[in-house]
Ligand binder design. Structure first.
Ligand code: PLP
Length: 440
């Protein structure tokens, strides 16, 4: 088929054309089978071709596919909002639906600024973030992202919102070890706030497990309690970016539950529609929504396709499918099993520096020398080469790394659909082993 649709391929590879998907597998038009070891971009959380979702799509399409959000609400949007509130902890009861993770983050930023404005405080307009982070590709979300590779071309348009180091224990910037370090990297937020001035800061945002910029870097146990306390002490809202981690990826509905912290605002995306429809959301707690409802009454954001009835029906079906099949409660044991197999590979291949992550969001960092943790040169394009070799063998894995030269240049995320079976995990690891052998 003639191609006019432009997507940059990895290295010099021509992108295969996809035909269909079933379960954890995708099939291209040449008949080649791929094990989706990354759920695309950590998105296809319930696998491909699930009939419950397809039926829900058809049912909604028969009723109505689009209404404009300021003219109508819909049954599917209302039911979805209720379901999301039920499935998430605390009083995160208010949903603002958008279409991508980047939009969810932008909305979360605006909600935070609006919250202070409604309270009569107009100076709190900055949202702080961390280096080695990724919050999205639109300009507000990219401003928050401590991902030099993705910022580089557009720095002239961006704010410098990343201000502190990440909880990157494998390469601790202080040369300390957790837990005796007392999470010095979290304490750094206090200094940053004092330097910038709490009067100017609306919120602080962080991913519970750093995804695209880090390769599944999970914070130490006490980290987010310290962060939340610092935010509270300085009247700063805490936003959790759960676009990648939300809806079960790490073994709980929100990853933040595993740190026993309830954020003021949460950004959700990816797993919410599990790839079946574009849908994402910014979730607000009662505390955040109260002055907005008492003041302007609307969140000052929105898109033409916000709360699209078709996307909401799909997301509702995905969340019901997660519940009905008790998928999230199985994630921890599946993740532990996969991690144990990956740890065995670490002994086999000298270029594996670190295996990390939570639940079914696991990361592998590649290094030139595991003893000294010396990274590969970025020019060697190690991640890209390994991903291309894996794809050749029929395995999809996801690239990660913040593009900071000499730091965390090369890692992959392994994040298969949460529905993966033990046999399929074994197959995934065999394909990965073959790919690593081909690289070494
Ligand atoms: N936030 C996080 C943590 C992400 O991982 C991503 C995407 O990878 C985004 C935001 C942006 O989401 P989207 O690509 O749907 O705009």
């Amino acid at each position: 088929m003639e191609r006019t649709y432009l997507i940059k391929p990895l290295l010099d590879e021509t992108l295969p054309m996809i035909d269909h998907g079933k379960g954890v597998y995708l099939y291209d038009t040449e008949g080649k089978k791929y094990l989706d070891g990354s759920s695309g971009a950590v998105t296809a959380n319930i696998g491909h071709g699930v009939s419950d979702i397809i039926e829900a799509m058809q049912e909604q399409a028969k009723k109505v596919s689009f209404v404009y959000r300021s003219q109508f609400t819909s049954e599917s949007a209302e039911k979805l909002a209720k379901k999301v509130a039920e499935m998430t902890p605390g009083d995160l009861n208010w949903c603002f639906f958008v279409n991508s993770g980047s939009e969810a983050v932008e909305t979360a930023m605006k909600m935070a600024i609006q919250y202070w404005q409604e309270k009569g405080i107009h100076t709190k307009t900055k949202v702080l973030s961390r280096w080695v982070s990724y919050h999205g590709i639109t300009l507000g979300a990219l401003s928050l992202s401590g991902h030099t590779g993705r910022r580089a071309r557009f720095v002239s348009l961006l704010e410098d919102f990343p201000v502190i180091n990440p909880p990157y224990c494998y390469r601790c910037p202080y040369g300390l070890e957790s837990p005796s370090c007392g999470s010095a990297c979290a304490q750094e937020l206090e200094l940053a706030i004092k330097r910038i001035g709490a009067d100017h800061i609306a919120a602080f945002i962080a991913e519970p497990v750093i995804g695209a910029a880090g390769g599944a870097i999970a914070a130490p146990k006490d980290y987010f309690k310290i962060i939340k306390k610092i935010c509270e002490d300085h009247d700063i809202l805490f936003i959790a970016d759960e676009v990648m981690t939300g809806f079960g990826r790490t073994g709980s509905m929100l990853a933040m539950e595993q740190w026993d912290v309830i954020p003021d605002i949460v950004a959700l995306g990816k797993g919410m529609g599990a790839g079946y429809a574009p849908i994402a959301a910014a979730l607000a707690s009662e505390k955040v929504i109260e002055p907005i409802l008492a003041g302007t009454k609307v969140v000052m954001s929105g898109h033409t396709l916000s709360a699209n009835p078709q996307s909401c029906a799909v997301s509702l079906a995905v969340l019901e499918y997660l519940e009905k099949n008790k998928i999230v409660s199985q994630v921890e044991s599946k993740g532990d099993y996969l991690k144990s197999l990956l740890l065995q590979l670490k002994n086999q291949f000298s270029f594996i520096g670190d295996i990390r992550g939570k639940g079914l969001m696991l990361g592998v960092e590649f290094v030139e020398d595991a003893a000294t943790k010396t990274p590969f040169s970025r020019k060697a394009m190690v991640t890209q080469k390994i991903i291309a070799l894996a794809k050749e063998k029929g395995l999809l894995v996801y690239p990660a790394g913040a593009g900071i030269d000499g730091v965390n240049g090369d890692s992959i995320i392994i994040s298969p659909p949460l529905t993966i079976t033990k046999d399929e995990i074994n197959e995934l690891v065999l394909l990965l082993t073959d790919s690593f052998e081909a690289f070494s």
